[in-house]
Design a protein around this ligand. Structure first.
Ligand code: NAD
Length: 260
């Protein structure tokens, strides 16, 4: 059903975004990849996905903290892919600090990358989707879009904002054949979380395995990480025809974390 459609996945050179890009490619979806990293490694990724799944895969390293660059990135994606059917707003960063010591620049970066980039991508991609009468927007929020943890004020604020944006846009386009949903994962073992494990190990003066057991997975009742492939499968489901009445939701995939 998704074969021949086109998707933009922001922050898809690593972690969850890469997993979603691969899962969409497996369904026959052509891709615009985005994100930072070593140029040769990214080219290997791009060519590898294209060869493995027989789809068109292009890459643009637009910085998701810059509104104007994002508008140009979406226009370029439309040209290269012949329009955008699916938009996955996934790029995100984390920084952990008490709020009274939180560096202003980190606050601003988290708001722009984790929240405003979704607004800019949606704003620019939506007219094309409206013309087609079909579209899927999947925002990768977080369990922290639904609940809070201490020392993550910028991230929690941005992710709650992303859930609010999801609901508002879903209402605006409800009759246009476009769905807008947020996925709210618990802890997924990606570079973003590996860095947090290092930071917490230093802060608590604990070995890494103890941090994983007693700090990270303590909040996740299943006591295991959510896998990238599980999040990717949910994203693919939301893009399918069976999910056409699912819109404006924030779906937790968090091992029971937010049920507490
Ligand atoms: P990751 O660090 O593995 O990947 C982040 C991606 O975003 C990378 O491709 C990176 O290059 C890209 N990126 C970062 N800054 C960018 C910028 N300014 N412009 C363009 N691309 C940029 O992290 P991840 O864990 O895969 O996170 C992906 C998303 O999932 C984030 O929005 C994150 O908040 C969310 N999330 C992650 C977890 C988790 O446990 N890993 C849980 C809930 C939500």
């Amino acid at each position: 059903m998704l074969k021949g459609k086109s998707a933009v996945v922001t922050g898809s050179t690593s972690g969850i975004g890469l997993g979603i890009a691969r899962a969409l490619a497996k369904e026959g979806v052509n891709l615009m990849l985005n994100g930072f990293g070593d140029a040769a490694e990214i080219e290997k990724l791009r060519a590898g996905i294209a060869a493995e799944f027989g789809v068109k895969v292009v890459y643009d390293g637009a910085d998701m903290s810059k509104g104007e660059a994002i508008a140009a990135f979406i226009k370029k994606s439309e040209q290269e892919l012949g329009g955008i059917d699916i938009l996955v707003n996934n790029a995100g960063i984390q920084f952990v600090s008490p709020v009274d010591e939180f560096p202003d620049a980190k606050w601003e970066a988290i708001q722009s990358i984790n929240l405003s980039s979704s607004f800019h991508c949606i704003k620019t991609a939506l007219p094309g989707m409206k013309n087609k009468g079909w579209g899927r927007i999947v925002n990768i929020a977080s369990a922290h879009g639904l609940i809070a943890s201490p020392f993550k004020s910028a991230y929690v604020a941005a992710k709650h904002g992303q859930v609010g944006l999801t609901k508002s846009v879903a209402l605006e386009v409800a009759e246009a054949g476009i769905t807008v949903n947020a996925i709210c994962p618990g802890y997924v073992r990606t570079p973003l979380v590996e860095n947090q494990i290092d930071d917490q190990a230093k802060a608590h003066n604990m070995p890494r395995d103890k941090v994983i057991r007693e700090v990270i997975l303590a909040v996740q009742p299943t006591r295991r990480f959510v896998e990238i492939e599980e999040v990717a499968a949910l994203a693919v489901y939301l893009c399918g025809d069976a999910a056409k009445s699912i819109t404006g939701t924030a779906i937790a995939i968090d091992g029971g974390w937010t049920a507490r």
